[in-house]
Ligand binder design. Structure first.
Ligand SMILES: C[S@@+](CC[C@H](N)C(=O)[O-])C[C@H]1O[C@@H](n2cnc3c(N)ncnc32)[C@H](O)[C@@H]1O
Ligand code: SF4
Ligand code: SF4
Length: 346
């Protein structure tokens, strides 16, 4: 009897899993046929391990701005954050309409807004309104510090399908406020960065989630931007981390769904990141960033308004390295938790 109840519990948990609920949204509001055709081409490319592709990315995430009101020292946007001419990179409704005319947006299954801090973007609600008519999965990730009062009401009206709230030491009240206002509007998760040198943060984040009633917590491994603070990265031989994980899973079993950080391999045995064939970042002018760790940069990665933009030298090289056997990998990828296990799989 107990084991039946256990299986039933797991099944209910699966039903409320983020991906399942997002897929359900797609069934209720199916995207255009071209999105399915593009996704089919992507699946073929994945099977055949093609380096030159005939599809466009299923995931397109747009920097609503390159500016941020916080200045987290670890931020992987690095020197691309808060550029001196930042105002030029603020996404306007007109910019978004132009981007929407490209195959990149038309074919995408998911469109995300990111930054910088997306809520510094003045047109964000108008853009979200337009996005909602495009029959895509819409995602937003925010530090939650700027979404208050009238903005929060507007956000409830234009709620994305999936909302990620980043938890830092300084923004617990902001995350709690936005969580409570949005919990019945979007599929929500709280995400936070875990450092090998401060594993106690895990339990603090869990307790915070339980206090506000959130049952989806995503823990990310620390990415050492520009190779700094390597001691904070969780590696696959970190016995402390695995001990801690077992103890926490036992203690909080069935209370919360935790996506654990993927430890970085000391020795690279497999490369599984799908981002070179399924994801781009864009800025408001269409400049491409080749994956979520690479900020948009037209000179390196091209621009969506160019012909065959996603088959430039950089993209082909990145796909070749990702497909190659052995330990060769791009230096930016080396300590990225997505390298050995694609965390998104879409
Ligand atoms: C770059 S931020 C942009 C959106 C928004 N400003 C925020 O903080 O949510 C997107 C996500 O990247 C994560 N991130 C930034 N730097 C990171 C790093 N060095 N290692 C792991 N995750 C990082 C943040 O915690 C955040 O959840
Ligand atoms: S709030 Fe987000 S974008 Fe801003 S500095 Fe922190 S991680 Fe980077
Ligand atoms: S492994 Fe990380 S850095 Fe490398 S392509 Fe994938 S997401 Fe980008």
């Amino acid at each position: 009897m107990l084991s039946y109840l256990y299986i039933l519990g797991k099944f209910v948990n699966l039903l409320f899993n983020i991906y399942f609920r997002a897929a359900l949204k797609l069934v209720m509001r199916p995207p255009h046929l071209r999105v399915f055709i593009n996704y089919f081409k992507y699946t073929l490319c994945r099977l055949l391990k093609n380096e030159i592709v005939s599809h466009t990315p299923a995931n397109v995430v747009i920097y609503a701005t390159k500016n941020c009101n916080l200045n987290c020292p670890f931020c992987f946007i690095g020197n691309d954050l808060n550029p001196p001419d930042g105002y030029k990179y603020q996404l306007t409704l007109e910019d978004y309409k132009k981007l929407s005319e490209t195959g990149f947006i038309k074919n995408a299954l998911r469109i995300g807004l990111l930054g910088g801090e997306p809520f510094l973007c003045k047109d964000i609600f108008k853009i979200l309104e337009l996005m909602k008519t495009q029959k895509k999965i819409i995602t937003v990730v925010t530090n939650a510090t700027l979404v208050k009062e009238a903005k929060l009401e507007k956000f409830q009206e234009t709620a994305p399908d999936i909302l990620g709230l980043s938890l830092y030491k300084s923004n617990h009240n902001d995350v709690a406020l936005v969580y409570s206002a949005m919990k019945n509007k979007s599929i929500l998760w709280i995400q936070t960065i875990i450092e090998a040198t401060d594993l106690a943060l895990i339990e603090k984040a869990i307790e915070f989630c339980l206090k506000i009633g959130c049952n989806n917590l995503r823990l990310s491994n620390f990415y050492p931007t520009y190779g700094e603070n390597m001691d904070k990265v969780i590696f696959d031989d970190d016995k402390n981390f695995f001990r801690y994980k077992t103890a926490i899973n036992k203690k909080y079993k069935d209370q919360i769904r935790i996506d654990w950080p993927f430890p970085i391999a000391r020795k690279i045995l497999k490369k599984q990141c799908l981002q070179p064939i399924n994801y781009v970042h864009l800025d408001n002018q269409g400049a491409i960033g080749a994956c979520f760790m690479r900020a948009p940069n037209e000179a390196i990665h091209g621009n969506v308004f160019d012909d065959n933009a996603w088959n430039g030298k950089f993209h082909i090289d990145l796909r070749r390295k990702m497909n190659s056997k052995g330990t060769e990998c791009d230096p930016v990828c080396r300590y990225c938790e997505n390298l050995s296990e694609d965390l998104y799989k879409i």
